[in-house]
Design a protein. Structure first.
Length: 897
RNA sequence: GGGUUCGUAGCUCAGUUGGUUAGAGCGUUACGUUGACAUCGUAAAGGUCAGAGGUUCGAAUCCUCUCGGACCCACCA
């Protein structure tokens, strides 16, 4: 006996200490591994960047899925001798973070950001950032993530700020970034633009008006917003619409409610002939769709609603609120007899997700990334073309594959990416404007633009007050974390590599959620291709979302998230991780329940007790683990064979991202093969080789389990007495040849034992009563005789065991067929003959049917001709087996009389 | 409206390119357990693989449609 271990594994007693040990070892950093000769200088690299969690919130279970899966990969590759690097970091999440702080500020002090001013407000934001950042990092460590903290990054730290600035400047100089007009979603109350995904749609009752602009205009149009018609510059109809064909191309000067308009009739196939009058007034400045039409047809853009949500440049309506203007326009149309119809309809109103105010689409100057611009450095292809190419050619693979299609579809329809945001927190755009004259109020097109690292010398320069879309900086995450750009080596037009970038790029896997393929994955691909002329990662593994027990999305706003830390505290990190891995297949959502975590807590304890049993009963840390083949029992060969194929299968599973299957496979081996059978056998087989085999199996098992359950395995590894860390032990290889024969033979023993137990249970034989078992073993006599003691010992309650080569006459007996063998256990007086007969007859009927079906099948010429040979042969064998079984059945039924 | 995807045991999900009698965990029920483990053991019950049709010697798996759910995109002028 070596050492006392507690009866149950209590994770919280060990986890923090283990993580500290790992961290202090420095082995999370592959450079340290090389320096300490854990892996070779020139070993392959395996790099992953952690998708940086938003600092708006603590981690939820979705993050933990990501961490668990990636940690399996990283730990596996580290143990396989690679230079494994996993880079941690957090995302500043510009809009989201600013919103959180603004909300807090309003709740606590009833102040807006404008009350504080930019500088003070940003100080508040940074205070918040520091707090949540620390919480997130604490959580990441609790999950056991083997992240290299020496390379920790933040999308808004100094290095990343420099990188972002450089990227912007480079893209601007290449003409990929430009400034232009665009319709934005403007919230008049928040005084800010909203991203498309921040717009919510609310169904409401509205009115649908049909009217003519004036008497001179030949036909009527329909709209829900008559006041915007003051900004119309065209009327669009379907090119196939017979009613309006003759008007296409004509220009009308009309007086609309006292405001002069110039309207061109244009054709657009997106106009629905059956909706309204089949004609619509085009308002380029205040509708996204209309703006696009205006661009296509080179129409004038007339802005008639201002940032306050009031009419402007709209004749006598100027200064009115939008709703007032609508009422007046409607009244005017009715008075002049132009209104043809007013219908009540339901329509979707765009509202601000934050304040619920109606959104006004407005034209505004924004910065864009041109995705269609052909670039010399990309071989005269555009970012979009290149980004499609690298996926189509298979350089970047998606797991599961179906998301490739989603990516390609989305990319194909990609428009220029608007990267400016009218908020304060984030990367301020490194563009400076100089107005020609301070006295004159100049329009934007009279500004001089300078884009660069510093404010240029001279009078009157002001920096663009906008900041960049948060995805701009996170799009650079794969290379900005690896030291891009090293300003010293910076050369425009050439791939730039610093030491890290050279060594660890491109990364191997990106593990993320499928919901951000479009937002993030696509941007990373484009930006990496632009900046370093390489793909950012080779594989994109997409996990599903973690849903709550009701199948609802866990979200901060709903507050239905399960706190991972609470689960870790209660059940341990390993159990929590396993519950997220098993039953979670790529791309599919998974529901989470505490019960499932509890099940894996039980399993961790099982593993603990397996090790505890071995540690307390056997000598450990034997240096020479080479087993002597002569001394091996059947069970030994069996478990070694099983272990051998386990190593192969689990390795294969991890390599192919089948984490759930790998975990299940390991659990089955550990629980069903090792604990239930081999350890039980070992209690009765005190052979000389047992010690070695148990050492071998336990150590290999701990290694295989380590990526999945790092804490309990490392703890046990230490308890065994290893000074080195399991984390950097070498991944097991198949060492023994696969003992197929032994496997089949021992499976037979297992079947026999199970059968005896079943019979005892079925016939309610009390446990203390010994029975006599007679096995008609056929050709397996020798084998069974050699295992006779084992069969008696393994809780079968067999007192006397007879093994006979062939069938003898039976009296009253229960029986069971085991493969081709039979076991008879004469139990006079205890047997329910009627029940047994019924069972036999039922089976005989089943067999009859099966045989009939097979005969029909084999008579079918088509089948014999066309089915693969092996299948036909298998079917013939099957038929023979069924017939044999049937024959035997009949005989046995006779014995039961 | 366009697209993607899913529907398998009471619950949560596996089921690799079609191929013997469709699996696991949890839950349920019964029985058991003083020596690694009540965080345990042995077993049982529970499935016309959403429905209909088709392809095939053979379909949970491929195709079409219907029903139901999830998500993404577009957005009703």
């Amino acid at each position: 006996m070596n050492k006392e271990l507690p009866k149950a594994y209590n994770p919280s007693d060990y986890e923090d200490g283990i993580y500290q040990k790992w961290e202090r070892s420095g082995f999370f950093n592959p450079d340290v591994c090389v320096a300490k000769k854990i892996c070779k200088q020139n070993a392959d690299t395996f790099t992953v960047v952690l998708p940086p969690p938003n600092i708006t919130d603590k981690l939820h279970l979705g993050h933990m899925v990501m961490v668990a899966i990636t940690d399996i990969l990283v730990r596996y590759h580290r143990m396989s001798g690679k230079r494994a690097l996993w880079i941690p970091g957090t995302d500043h999440a510009a809009i989201a973070t600013q919103n959180v702080v603004e909300k807090k500020l309003w709740q606590e002090e009833k102040k807006t950001r404008h009350d504080l001013g930019r500088k003070k407000f940003l100080a508040e934001v940074w205070k918040f950032v520091k707090e949540t950042q620390a919480a997130i990092i604490h959580q990441l460590k609790k999950t056991g993530a083997s992240l290299d903290w020496s390379r920790e990054a933040f999308t808004l730290d100094a290095a990343r700020q420099a990188a972002v600035k450089r990227m912007f400047i480079e893209m601007y100089n290449e003409g990929v970034i430009y400034r232009g007009d665009r319709i934005v979603n403007w919230c008049p109350r928040c005084q800010s633009t909203l991203a498309d995904d921040e717009v919510e749609y609310k169904e409401q009752d509205g009115k649908f008006y049909t009217f003519k602009y004036n008497k001179n205009f030949p036909f009527a149009i329909a709209t829900t917003r008559p006041e915007t018609k003051l900004g119309d510059t065209a009327v669009a109809v379907n090119p196939d619409d017979e009613r309006y064909k003759k008007y296409i191309g004509k220009i009308y000067e009309v007086d609309f409610c006292g405001v002069p308009l110039t309207l061109k009739v244009i054709a657009d196939k997106n106009v629905d002939q059956n909706f309204g009058t089949g004609a619509l007034g085009v308002t380029p400045a205040h509708s996204m769709v209309d703006y696009e039409m205006a661009q296509k047809n080179k129409l004038e853009i007339k802005k008639i609603i201002n940032e306050e949500g009031k009419m402007a440049d709209a004749g006598k309506f100027s200064g009115l609120a939008v709703m007032e203007a609508r009422e007046q326009v409607v009244q005017k149309l009715i008075d002049s007899g132009l209104m043809e119809k007013e219908e009540n309809i339901k329509n979707n109103l765009s509202v601000c997700y934050r304040c619920g105010a109606g959104i006004e689409p407005l034209p505004s100057k924004q910065w864009f990334v041109a995705v269609d611009k052909k670039l010399a450095k990309l071989g005269n292809k555009s970012l979009k073309q290149k980004a499609i190419e690298v996926v189509k050619s298979g350089k970047i693979k998606f797991v599961p594959e179906r998301f490739t299609k989603r990516y390609l579809d989305w990319m194909a329809n990609l428009h220029d990416w608007c990267i400016s945001r009218q908020i304060w927190f984030g990367h301020q755009i490194p563009a400076y404007y100089q107005v020609k004259s301070k006295k004159l109020k100049v329009k934007s097109n009279e500004e001089i633009i300078y884009v660069g690292d510093e404010k240029p010398a001279g009078e009157g320069w002001t920096q663009d007050s906008d900041v960049l879309d948060t995805w701009f900086s996170s799009g650079m995450w794969t290379f900005s974390t690896l030291g891009w750009p090293a300003s010293a080596t910076l050369r425009r037009g050439k791939p730039i590599k610093t030491a890290d970038l050279k060594t660890y790029y491109p990364t191997q896997v990106l593990e993320t959620g499928y919901e951000i393929i479009t937002l993030w994955v696509s941007r990373m691909i484009m930006m990496s291709l632009f900046a370093v002329a390489q793909i950012p990662f080779e594989n994109v593994y997409l996990h599903g979302m973690v849903l709550d027990a009701q199948g609802k999305k866990m979200s901060k706003s709903k507050g239905n998230g399960i706190d991972p830390l609470a689960m870790i505290q209660k059940y341990g990190t390993d159990a929590t991780r396993m519950s997220l891995i098993v039953g979670n297949t790529p791309g599919n959502d998974t529901r989470m329940s505490e019960q499932k975590i509890a099940a894996f807590r039980n399993f961790a304890n099982k593993l603990w007790n397996i090790a505890r049993y071995i540690i307390t009963n056997y000598e450990l840390r034997i240096t020479n683990l080479k087993t002597n083949k002569v001394g091996l029992t059947l069970a030994d060969k069996w478990i070694l064979g099983k272990m051998n194929s386990l190593i192969k299968d689990v390795t294969d599973d991890i390599e192919h991202f089948r984490f759930s299957q790998g975990g299940e496979r390991l659990r089955d081996f550990t629980w069903n093969d090792l604990a239930d059978w081999y350890l039980e056998v070992s209690k009765f087989e005190a052979t000389s080789e047992k010690n070695k085999i148990l050492n071998l199996v336990l150590e290999a098992l701990l290694k295989l389990w380590h990526p999945f359950m790092p804490f309990v395995t490392e703890t046990l590894w230490q308890e065994i007495g290893h000074k080195e860390l399991l984390m950097v032990e070498r991944w097991p290889k198949r060492e023994m040849t696969h003992k197929l024969e032994a496997a089949a033979q021992f499976n037979l023993i297992i079947d026999i034992i199970k059968t005896i137990r079943n019979l005892r249970s079925e016939y309610k034989i009390p446990p203390e009563q010994k029975v006599k078992a007679i096995i008609y073993a056929g050709k397996q006599v020798e084998l069974l005789q050699s295992q006779a003691e084992l069969i008696k010992n393994l809780r079968t309650g067999v007192g006397e065991l007879e093994i006979k080569p062939s069938g003898a006459k039976l009296k009253q007996a229960a029986w069971a067929a085991v493969g081709e063998k039979e076991i008879y256990i004469p139990l006079a007086g205890l047997i329910d003959v009627a029940k047994e007969r019924a069972r036999l007859e039922k089976r005989a009927q089943e067999l009859n049917q099966l045989i009939k079906n097979l005969e029909v099948k084999l008579d079918n010429e088509e089948f014999v001709k066309r089915a693969p040979k092996e299948i036909v042969e298998a079917e013939i064998r099957k038929l023979e087996n069924y017939r044999a079984e049937h024959k035997k059945l009949k005989e046995q039924t006779r014995h039961l009389k």
